[in-house]
Design a protein around this ligand. Structure first.
Ligand SMILES: [Cu+2]
Length: 350
């Protein structure tokens, strides 16, 4: 039985802070590049705009209901409050009124029908949007507790940090995603880019987005999927066409082989790491954990639980539970020397 008690080592405190300060850090522009707070009220792509418009409409209607009910109630409380001059007589009692009953049945039904129709219209408009030829295909696979991204036409496999091109009206290049799960239900949610959509085992779902502004957009798994659900963060880098082309070119290279880190590579290939991880161009072809071929191209590790630094890599390999108590990578009881060699090797995987 694994003990799920989070240990408050410096590393885990740091990662907790990274997590809770994500929004604040985003706001202060502490992380690299432009990025923003994950909010549905700052839409940056067509589906998100549609949902934003709908949410304003719903808030308008429900807000007016609230204001009229609360207003009427306040009016009645003040106007008909008890006065000394009322004496001991009860006011006239009214039993049953067809008009009033009709009004409070028909008006709510009409309101619900209007809300239903507008919502259905938006859902279908987003779902049925024709897919242009220039669209980029990405397969998203939810894992406990990380994201796998596959670009079938580009031959790229990566994790947790999705790179997609900006899509402008002159140069439309929306991203179409197929959402799958390797274990339990997860939910892909980047509020500024598209609606929350579940990843359900054996039931592919689809999602598309056409971000208008380059930058970093944050999101998170939005369906409880197990102990580390809260540390299943998402980063979507919306790149300019040039940045995206350069990123694709880098990702398509096999991992470079550096003789200086042969010791670390040897540990990797003899200590079970390779059963769970892939480093393309080597014997390591495991698929249970994230593809590490271009590990260094990612800003974070463990689905945003920690920044990608040598210290964090060392702490992670020593005991993944430090950052993510309950993560599905085992602590492998390696010596400090082996861990140093591994980190040196991993640091060459650009
Ligand atoms: Cu999840």
């Amino acid at each position: 039985m694994r003990i799920m008690q989070p240990r408050r080592s410096p590393a885990s405190i740091r990662s907790l802070m990274t997590f809770s300060l994500l929004g604040a850090a985003a706001h202060l522009g502490m992380a690299e590049g432009p990025q923003s707070i994950p909010s549905t009220f700052a839409p940056a792509s067509t589906p998100a705009h549609e949902i934003y418009g709908l949410s304003l409409f719903v808030i308008l209607i429900t807000g007016s209901i609230f204001v009229s009910v609360a207003g009427l109630l306040t009016y009645v409380i003040i106007k008909y409050r008890f006065r000394e001059s009322d004496g001991q007589h009860e006011p006239a009692q009214v039993y049953g009124s067809v008009q009033v009953e009709l009004a409070w049945t028909v008006i709510p039904i009409l309101i619900v029908v209007v809300l239903f129709l507008t919502t259905a219209r938006i859902i279908f408009a987003v779902q049925d949007a024709p897919k242009p030829k220039s669209a980029l295909d990405v397969t998203v696979i939810g894992h406990q507790f990380w994201w796998e991204f596959r670009y079938p036409k580009l031959g790229i496999v990566t994790a947790n940090e999705l790179h997609i091109p900006v899509s402008t009206s002159q140069r439309p290049e929306p991203t179409y995603m197929r959402l799958l799960s390797s274990d339990v239900d997860h939910s892909f949610w980047v509020p500024q880019l598209a609606g929350k959509t579940d990843l359900i085992p054996n039931h592919p779902n689809d999602l598309w987005m056409d971000p208008r502004q380059p930058g970093l957009y944050l999101g998170q798994c939005a369906q409880f999927c197990g102990v580390e659900h809260a540390k299943m963060l998402l980063r979507v880098y919306v790149d300019t066409p040039e940045q995206f082309a350069a990123w694709v070119k880098d990702q398509q290279q096999p991992g470079a082989q550096d003789e200086k880190v042969a010791a670390g590579r040897h540990v990797f290939e003899t200590e079970a790491c390779m059963n769970c991880h892939t480093v393309s161009g080597t014997e390591a072809k495991g698929t249970f954990g994230p593809d590490l071929t271009h590990l260094m191209s990612r800003a974070t590790i463990a689905a945003g639980a920690a920044t990608n630094t040598p210290e964090n890599l060392r702490a992670w390999i020593k005991d993944p539970d430090d950052f993510k108590p309950g993560a599905l990578m085992p602590a492998m009881q390696l010596s400090d020397e082996q861990i140093d060699q591994l980190v040196a090797y991993l640091s060459t995987l650009h």
